[in-house]
Design a protein around this ligand. Structure first.
Ligand code: HEC
Length: 259
């Protein structure tokens, strides 16, 4: 009898642990490796060169399928980001064409993008995006590092984690095996291939390098004020420490007179 109770207890413990484990919540997806990002921790900052390279990866690889609708070109020159010069930002924007108008005749017209414009969407609408990708919609990447649990670590693992489907896993055409994607199947073919781009600064374009750079760029895009926020946090801590010290000594002084 006692044995049976113990067994039941053990079984329920296993069941509860199973229900609570994040692997279960994520549909048995492989857990992403925790990376040592420069922006981690209370004093973390972005690596400017990585942000610039990451922008290049986004622009030359991801932008053909994914929008970045919350970012405007001029954000690229702001403090705490890739910090391109204003002339560089003008040149980057001018490579894109946007629709503007109506003009004085009431017609819409096209013009080269200006720094105030936002990144140009790859598709005119969601249906066009789905039609081009076998029914799956490539999500906007502006907030993706915040929108997915695991954030930067998850996206890095996803981009570098493509592999052959294991024995027994049936893959429909247009789906690719990726153990980090909940369910193991993703409609995005591996976007990064060795040397698919040539970095402006000469860094070798390995899959690992491009993935790490683009993830840092996307983390910045999702939280452009990260460095300012961390600076404020540190200032508040310093202030509170000094304030606590002053309080301590003044209280001692005040109470010393009471004896
Ligand atoms: C050929 C088009 C194409 C390219 C190029 C492409 N993607 Fe995708 N991506 C997709 C599609 C389609 C999906 C939706 C997949 C799905 O839902 O199964 C997707 C999904 C994603 C997701 C979301 C995964 C999730 O958890 O739902 C991320 C993150 C992502 N892509 C990042 C990137 C990055 C970064 C690049 C550039 C290095 C890139 N993609 C290049 C088509 C593309």
């Amino acid at each position: 009898m006692k044995n049976l109770t113990l067994k039941t207890l053990a079984a329920s413990a296993v069941l509860v642990a199973g229900l609570l484990s994040p692997a279960h919540a994520a549909g048995d997806a492989k857990h992403p490796e925790a990376m040592d990002w420069s922006f981690n921790g209370p004093t973390g900052t972005f690596d400017r060169n990585a942000l610039r390279r990451g922008f290049q990866v986004y622009k030359e690889v991801c932008a053909s399928c994914h929008g970045l609708s919350q970012v405007s070109f001029r954000n690229l020159s702001q403090d705490g980001g890739p910090e391109f010069s204003e002339a560089e930002v003008k040149a980057i924007a001018a490579e894109y064409t946007v629709e503007d108008g109506p003009d004085s005749y009431g017609d819409m017209f096209e013009r080269p993008a200006l720094p105030k414009d936002r990144f140009v969407e790859p598709y005119p609408n969601e249906n066009a995006g789905r039609a081009a990708n076998g029914g799956a919609y490539p999500p906007d990447l502006s907030l993706i590092t915040k929108a997915r649990s695991g954030g930067a670590d998850y996206i890095h693992a996803l981009l570098t984690g493509y592999s052959e489907a294991p024995e027994g896993v049936e893959m429909r055409p247009g789906l690719y095996y990726n153990p980090y994607m909940p369910g193991g199947k993703i409609a995005m073919p591996s976007p990064l291939l060795e040397d698919i781009i040539e970095y402006g600064d000469g860094t070798p374009a390995t899959i690992e390098q491009m993935s790490s750079d683009v993830v840092q760029f996307l983390t910045w895009a999702a939280e452009p004020e990260l460095e300012a926020r961390k600076r404020t946090g540190i200032m508040v801590l310093i202030y509170l420490t000094i304030f606590a010290g002053l309080m301590y000594f003044s209280m001692r002084k005040i109470w010393a007179d009471q004896h």
